[in-house]
Design a binder for this molecule. Structure first.
Ligand code: DQA
Length: 143
């Protein structure tokens, strides 16, 4: 049963609210994080949130998650499209991992349509704004 979840925000997501608001919206990461905590609570889940712009730090966090958490939600940002190292880290840990994207990655530049992490994730949610994270919380709570 899923009780404790980890949410990972990858590179450039610290700039939400400032970065391409037409694509990612006007609200900052603090608003997103407080909504994530609220949603997790509503589903009876304990939740930790981690953001890093560094591939190795994300990999280290995934490794440590395997003993501490029951599920992971990851927005790997641009690492989604080319980081075999992040993919291998997700694959190495046995806990379920859900890939999320704020924007609809299939409706943008062609390089964004390829996710190297999707095959090792339980599922992927893309294109619902911050709602992608909330849907992922619901999905994890129902696993
Ligand atoms: C993103 C989509 C990625 O292509 C991009 O590199 C990001 C954000 C999203 O949430 O829509 O940094 O993961």
């Amino acid at each position: 049963m899923i009780k404790k979840i980890l949410v990972i925000h990858g590179p450039n997501l610290n700039l939400l609210g400032e970065r391409e608001p037409g694509v990612y919206g006007n609200d900052g990461i603090e608003v997103l994080n407080s909504n994530i905590i609220d949603r997790a609570k509503k589903h009876g889940l304990e939740c930790e949130i981690f953001q890093s712009n560094h591939e190795g730090a994300i990999i280290d966090k995934l490794h440590s998650a395997r003993k501490e958490f029951d599920g992971v939600i990851i927005n790997a940002g641009a690492y989604t499209h080319y980081s075999y190292a992040v993919r291998d880290a997700i694959s190495a840990i046995k806990i379920p991992c859900i890939e999320v994207h704020i924007s609809n990655v299939d409706a943008r530049e062609s390089f964004r349509a390829n996710s190297v992490i999707a095959p090792v994730c339980k599922g992927s949610i893309s294109g619902f704004g911050f709602g992608s994270y909330y849907l992922a919380i619901q999905a994890l709570s129902e696993l």
